[in-house]
Design a protein around this ligand. Structure first.
Ligand code: ADP
Ligand code: ZN
Length: 703
């Protein structure tokens, strides 16, 4: 059985091997047992039920709340040559009937159904007449009444167990903590199911958080331009107005940026979402209304222009980046204003005290995350109960270690300033006092006579602002509830004021200039990349499916790495199964071949140029300088030219003929091993440099 599974993985999906847990889960289902699967986004959940559905007799029924996605999933399966269909409210009566007929005739391997449809008596009766391979419950955390994605119909899914006791079931989710997991097991009656937990880490996402010094929009622009030009991304903002402004700003800068928020008509939202999903390189600027059910694999960045309310929200939103496993960025800007606003929003909400306590804790965790001076991934995973032993090396604090400074004295000054002015003022005014600004307001209040007036010139206004923000996020200061932005002393600040506790804070980072970098997808060859993408785009338009349904970025990258020349080699590319091989190999092979021809034409030109310079009497060093090449490249050229008979060995190599013969003897002696220059080099005790050896060898290969 499991050989059959591996065979399907390779021939239908075009992948070499199973990922962690996939094989066990698949075997479990094939044997008719239940499973609960917790895998991070992009971990490869779909295969866990798709392959058993194909191996087992009958149809696999996949329950999913995300109607918008069913069409895409079915498209993708059809591209792989898998017989699949979906049933939801987007189909009219006749279309539904047709699907049902195919179901009863055993013409479908996989059927995606919305839960409300599945739960109808009529449909359950229909299922009783068709052989069923398995039930897969996707987004299984929707059974949890405590989560934000709760779906009442999901609770009823335990019926499946009662009506079809012998059909194996699998529940899948990316977002379950332990409580939710227990709830899934209980509500879906999966008591005997094996649990597979893959951890939460998304290693391909680089977490970056920077301080907003009032220039967040420009920073966003530079970030996209330098690192993600022409790539798909999501930009989250807190308000509709900011969404509109940011989308317009990015559009004016020449990006394909579209707004998305609840204030837009259903029609416009639909259209913008569709363009984002089905075209390459569209940026969606959105409120958090956007995202649930976005299953686009090649989102290369998620940017936050505001701080999310909790780490859960942050992780879910950033999790939409890089589902395909390719390098992606989670980029966030936040500042004092965010902190004050979120704190006020929370304090003034009408939630009861217990609720508020939870919210407060969540916000504090989020703020703590933003201010971190240590590895962000370690902290994120710890929050979710996972453990990462070493710093990750793929977050901003790992890449550019943060400097801290002893802020105890400065903090004492700031706190006293709040105290002496009666806890009535906001950051800007307090900063003015610390800096000794002689303005009217201060004079009218007599604050120029305070002991704290002008005692803070060791920092500038920006740095004070930064310090105040960190005092607020650490709950040493709080913000008044009325919304005037006045700062109040918190109980916990006493210890700092008294000098019983010292404070080490993050040094304000200078806006570091990011250097122009090629797209984050590890593409070393931009031209070929664009050619392959253009071909994919053309095919996707012809077929009316999103580009990623044809091939994922990872598959195109693999093509560039391996440069297949025929069907056989093409079938070894990751993500190329039998059906895609048949449908697309020729198109893409043609692109690769044309590209190859063109570059080898270029190669000939460069040889000719070196030859001409050499004939004009220049030596290796001069040619290299003239052509801005390395000397080793020039020697390579000359070796080629020697081999082709265009240049004579003794014109290049200036050692006595006797020694040339010595090297030749060594090469003959080494036989096959002489393929490696290093072995010749060692055989001759390092007496001759690699350049000389290469040329002598080339002369022996003279055709
Ligand atoms: P999830 O539903 O867990 O977010 P998917 O099932 O969409 O993830 O899989 C994410 C990506 O990983 C897809 O592009 C999928 O084709 C790919 N993938 C899944 N399993 C494998 C595997 N064994 N080898 C290579 N790629 C895989
Ligand atoms: Zn890190």
């Amino acid at each position: 059985m499991s050989e059959r599974a591996l065979q399907i993985l390779q021939s239908t999906f075009g992948y070499d091997e199973f990922r962690l847990h996939q094989q066990k889960i698949i075997e479990q289902l094939i044997m008719g047992k239940d499973a609960v699967v917790l895998m991070p986004t992009g971990g490869g959940k779909s295969l866990c039920y798709q392959i058993p559905a194909m191996v087992r007799d009958g149809v696999g029924i996949i329950v999913s709340p995300l109607i918008a996605l069913m069409q895409d999933q079915v498209n993708a399966l059809q591209q792989l040559g898998v017989k699949s269909a979906f049933l939801n409210s987007s189909l009219d009566h006749f279309e539904s009937q047709e699907v049902e007929a195919r179901l009863l005739n055993g013409e479908i391997d996989m059927l995606y159904v919305a839960p409300e449809r599945l739960m109808t008596e009529r449909f359950l009766n229909l299922l009783a007449r068709a052989p069923i391979a398995l039930f897969a419950v996707d987004e299984a955390h929707c059974v949890s009444q405590w989560g934000h994605d709760f779906r009442p119909e999901y609770i009823k899914l335990s019926v499946l167990h009662e009506r079809f006791p012998s059909v194996p079931r699998i529940a899948l989710t990316a977002t379950a903590d332990d409580t939710t997991r227990q709830e899934i097991i209980k509500r879906l009656s999966l008591q005997n199911a094996e649990c597979y937990i893959s951890g939460f880490d998304r290693p391909n996402i680089c977490y970056r958080v920077a301080e907003n010094q009032g220039t967040a929009r420009d920073a966003l622009y530079r970030f996209i331009l330098n690192e993600h030009e022409g790539e798909a991304g999501i930009v989250y903002c807190l308000s509709r107005k900011k969404v509109e402004q940011t989308a317009e700003f990015l559009s004016n800068k020449g990006f394909d940026a579209l707004p998305y928020h609840a204030g837009l008509s259903q029609q416009i939202r639909q259209k913008n979402q569709q363009r984002f999903l089905s075209e390459d390189g569209v940026i969606i600027v959105a409120t958090i209304a956007f995202g649930m059910g976005i299953d686009k694999p090649d989102v290369r960045f998620v940017a936050h222009l505001n701080l999310p309310k909790s780490i859960e929200a942050y992780y879910q939103e950033t999790g939409r980046a890089g589902r395909d496993g390719q390098p992606s960025d989670a980029w966030m800007m936040y500042g004092l204003q965010d902190v004050i606003m979120l704190k006020q929003m929370m304090e003034t909400s009408d939630a009861d005290e217990t609720h508020k306590r939870v919210e407060r804790h969540k916000l504090d965790s989020m703020l703590g995350f933003a201010e971190l001076t240590t590895c962000r991934r370690q902290s994120l995973l710890k929050y979710f109960g996972d453990h990462l032993a070493d710093p990750c090396g793929n977050c901003d604090t790992c890449i550019t270690p943060v400097e801290t400074w002893d802020a105890t004295v400065a903090a004492q000054k700031a706190l006293s300033c709040v105290h002496r002015t009666g806890q009535l003022y906001g950051v800007a005014y307090l900063t003015d006092i610390l800096l000794g600004k002689e303005n009217e307001r201060i004079f009218n209040n007599g604050h120029n006579k305070l002991s704290v007036f002008g005692i803070g010139d060791e920092l500038d206004a920006k740095q004070w602002r930064n310090l105040f923000r960190q005092l607020i996020t650490r709950n040493l200061l709080s913000v008044d509830v009325q919304g005037h932005g006045s700062l109040l002393l918190a109980e916990s600040c006493r210890r700092v004021l008294k000098g019983e506790e010292s404070l080490h804070l993050r040094k304000q980072m200078l806006q570091s200039k990011t250097k122009k970098r090629q797209s984050k997808v590890s593409v070393s060859n931009n031209k070929l990349w664009e050619l392959l993408r253009a071909t994919r785009k053309r095919l996707s338009e012809e077929l009316g499916v999103p580009p990623f349904v044809i091939f994922h970025d990872a598959t195109l990258i693999d093509m560039m790495d391996r440069m297949p020349q025929n069907h056989d080699q093409f079938s070894n590319i990751s993500g190329v199964g039998a059906t895609k091989l048949e449908n697309y190999a020729d198109e893409f092979l043609a692109v690769l071949r044309d590209y190859d021809d063109e570059t080898s034409a270029n190669k000939t030109d460069t040889l000719v140029e070196t030859l001409l310079l050499f004939k004009s009497g220049m030596n290796v060093e001069l040619i290299a300088a003239q052509r801005s090449l390395t000397q080793s490249t020039v020697v390579n050229h000359l070796a080629k030219l020697i081999q082709q008979g265009d240049v004579v060995l003794t014109d290049v190599v200036t050692i006595p003929v006797k020694e040339i013969e010595l090297i030749q003897d060594a090469i003959i002696e080494l036989g096959d091993e002489a393929k490696k220059l290093k072995l010749i080099f060692e055989h001759l005790d390092g007496q001759y440099d690699y350049e000389t050896l290469r040329c002598v060898k080339a002369a022996m290969e003279l055709a």
